[in-house]
Design a protein around this ligand. Structure first.
Ligand SMILES: NC(=O)c1ccc[n+]([C@@H]2O[C@H](COP(=O)([O-])OP(=O)(O)OC[C@H]3O[C@@H](n4cnc5c(N)ncnc54)[C@H](OP(=O)(O)O)[C@@H]3O)[C@@H](O)[C@H]2O)c1
Length: 298
């Protein structure tokens, strides 16, 4: 089965390459810049029509949450229009599209339990609105879709919060980190495992008619401060410099985009339908920091 992944240097694209690497039954190809540029109408569709994959995994996106506030047109183009185009082209070649979406489609108004797939959406910023529009365009363009909402991605690859904390601890003895936004930090490697599990399940006959939306994030809930503390604990264990972490409020760390105070995701529907339960967030932080420490020592 041929998988066509959009982007190639993003966290999820690299995680998919890593996890699918040893599988003889999967041929993973990438539709990436410079050949495929999502800013250009028709670019991603042309790649899909030419490659004729069985599954398109739309991992590319405009992911800079704060910058999106200044570039709403570009965010909408990449996260909504290009996603819809990819879904339409996938439908033309009878391929499933796996669209990656975000916890930031939610507004954070609840804090009694993690969000389920059918909870009302209410994005607070341009990024969340553009990703929500992408979900809607994908559903409309291709009934063979899986929309996977994930959250707070980190990995050994690319730029992310976990790597930023490790780098900051090498430069400063104290890190101040927001403690009043809660969510589900998720390893992109775990998300890649989940995507491949879904592909296998749907190939095996479990594909629901009309598509499906799932939450796919690590289990457990923490704040950015809690995540930073966990990263520092792992740094101490694996011999990397560690800093003291001090909690601050969102008001003390102003950002251009407003973020939900609570956006944890409940991934039990995905577990029930595929048999794949996302790991606890702390265990996955440990394994990614261990890998980064190994690379630093090599
Ligand atoms: N990061 C998070 O915390 C987070 C949280 C929730 C949901 N998500 C969603 O999860 C998915 C994967 O995120 P990620 O963290 O892996 O993203 P990422 O590391 O920021 O990578 C973004 C990818 O998009 C590609 N891209 C950007 N502009 C492009 C353009 N004009 N044409 C073609 N490709 C372009 C990049 O291309 P290159 O390969 O050329 O660099 C890169 O592969 C996205 O849909 C994102 O919205 C992310």
């Amino acid at each position: 089965m041929r998988l066509l992944v959009t982007g190639s240097a993003g966290q999820l694209a690299l995680s998919l390459a890593h996890r699918a690497g040893g599988r003889d039954d999967l041929e993973v190809r990438f539709a990436a810049r410079p050949a495929v540029d999502l800013t250009q109408p028709g670019s991603v569709a042309a790649a899909i029509l030419s490659e004729r994959p069985g599954v398109v995994i739309n991992a590319a996106a405009y992911t800079a949450v704060d910058d999106a506030e200044n570039q709403p047109g570009l965010a909408h183009r990449l996260n909504a229009e290009a996603a819809g185009e990819a879904a339409g082209a996938a439908a033309e070649v009878d391929a499933v599209i796996v669209q990656i979406s975000t916890d930031y489609v939610f507004g954070g108004g609840r804090n009694d339990r993690p969000y389920r797939e059918d909870d009302p959406v209410q994005p607070l910023g341009i990024y969340g609105r553009s990703k929500l529009a992408g979900e809607e365009l994908v559903r409309a363009a291709n009934p063979r879709h899986a929309i996977l909402r994930t959250a707070w991605l980190y990995s050994p690859f690319g730029r992310n919060f976990v790597k930023s904390m490790i780098a900051a601890a090498q430069a400063r003895p104290v890190l101040t980190v927001v403690d009043d936004q809660h969510g589900s930090p998720t390893s992109a490697l775990d998300l890649a495992d989940a995507v491949l599990t879904l592909v296998d399940a749907w190939r095996g006959g479990a594909e629901p008619a009309g598509g499906a939306t799932y939450h796919v994030a690590s289990s457990g809930v923490t704040s950015w401060c809690g995540l930073a503390e966990a990263v520092m604990a792992e740094c101490r264990q694996f011999g990397l410099p560690a800093a003291e972490v001090r909690p601050i409020r969102s008001e003390d760390w102003p950002t251009r985009a407003e973020r939900p105070r609570y956006s944890a995701l409940d991934s039990s529907k995905f577990a029930a339908e595929t048999g794949f339960r996302m790991p606890d967030w702390r265990a996955s932080v440990g394994s990614v920091v261990r890998q980064l420490a190994g690379e630093a020592a090599a």
